[in-house]
Design a protein around this ligand. Sequence first.
Ligand code: PRP
Ligand code: MG
Length: 226
Amino acid sequence: MMTTEPRLRIAMQKSGRLSEDTQKLLKRCGLKLNVSDRRLLAHVSNMPIDIMRVRSSDIPGLVMDGVCDLGIVGDNTLEEAALERQLIDQKYDYVRTTGLNFGGCRLSIAMPEEFNYQGIKSLNGLRFATTYPQLLNRYARENGINVDFCLLKGSVEVAPRVGLSDGICDLVSTGATLEANGLKEVEVIFKSQASLIQNPAVLEPSKQKILDTLLPRIQGVMKANE
Ligand code: PRP
Ligand code: MG
C-alpha cells in the first residue's frame, strides 16, 4: 500500500510587498522550490513542505480555517482579517509563532497637505479611503470620533484628490507615495511587520516535527540579518 507522508502547508503572498522577502527567507532556510513558475501550490523538493501562493488578504482565513498549517503575512492584514471574521462569526483564532523582522510599515491616517490638523478631533465626521476599515473603525471608536470610509484595495492615496474622500488610512513605509500625492501623515494607528502564524489546533506529530526543523532555521536567518 502506498502511504503519503503528510506535508506541512504554508501560505505566502504570491506577489506584493512581502513576497520577495518571504521567498528569500524560505530559500535561506534551505527550502528548494521553484516559485518562478505559475504553479500556485509549489512543492518543496527537499522537505515535506508545500508552499501555497495566494493573495495576502486570503492568508489569515486559510490559516484560521485550517486549510494551511502556517502562513506568512503582515500584521496589518492579519489584524484586519481577524476583526472582520469576528464580526461575521467566522473562526478568527490563530497563534503568532514568531515575528519575522521584515515588511515593517505603519498604518496611518493622512490628510491633504493644506488640511488644518489640530489633533484627532479634527478628523471627526470625515470620510477616509482605506483597505483597512476594521482597523480604522477600532481606532475611531477608541478615540471617541466618528468616521466614514470608502473601500479601496489599492492606489488609496489618489482618493482625496479626486473627491472620493477627505483623507486616507493606508500603509506608509518610506512616505514617498504620500508625498507624491500631496498628503501628510497625521496619525499612526497600527505598526506592522511580517509574522509567521499558525492554526491554533495542535499539529499532528509528523507535521510538528517538520516545523521543529524549520523554526530554528528561520530564527537563525533572522539572527544573521540583525
Ligand atoms: C503600498 C501601500 C502604500 C505604499 C507605501 O502600495 O499601500 O501606498 O506602498 O509605501 P511608501 O511609503 O514607501 O511609498 P503599493 O505600492 O503596494 O500599491 P497598491 O496600494 O496600489 O497595492
Ligand atoms: Mg498603495
